[in-house]
Design a protein around this ligand. Structure first.
Ligand code: ZN
Length: 122
């Protein structure tokens, strides 16, 4: 509940953002419910979402990059040759959703999308 502040001062139409420390019009804060606003402004809320996205993306990249280069190559080869994600996960002893989390739009994501493969029915 750290992010929630109850606006007890009815006449106050500005609010200080806890993140950027700027005094901003109350309209620049997301309302959670009547009289209750987020403690950070919409600009900071956007930055927080972006930071989360990048943190998450880095985590995905890190998971794949932790594998040896040979293993990475083998995984991509297997996927390209039509081995299902489920079977590839099993073959390399990975968690059931691990490979899925590395794939965006049919490409394994690491530093940059490198190799695409066609998802085939098994
Ligand atoms: Zn702010």
């Amino acid at each position: 509940m750290d992010n929630i502040i109850i606006n007890t001062n009815e006449t106050k139409d500005t609010k200080k953002c806890k993140t950027c420390q700027l005094e901003k019009p109350i309209a620049e804060f997301n309302k959670i419910r009547t009289g209750v606003y987020q403690s950070y402004c919409t600009t900071c809320a956007g930055i927080r979402r972006l930071a989360y996205y990048h943190a998450h993306k880095v985590k995905i990249v890190f998971g794949f990059m932790k594998l040896s280069e040979e293993t990475r190559k083998n995984i991509i080869d297997d996927l390209e040759s039509g081995l299902s994600i489920k079977k590839t996960n099993a073959k390399y002893g990975l968690g059931c959703t691990t490979i899925n989390s590395w794939i965006r739009k049919g490409q394994v994501v690491y530093n940059k999308p490198v190799k695409s493969f066609k998802k085939t029915e098994v």
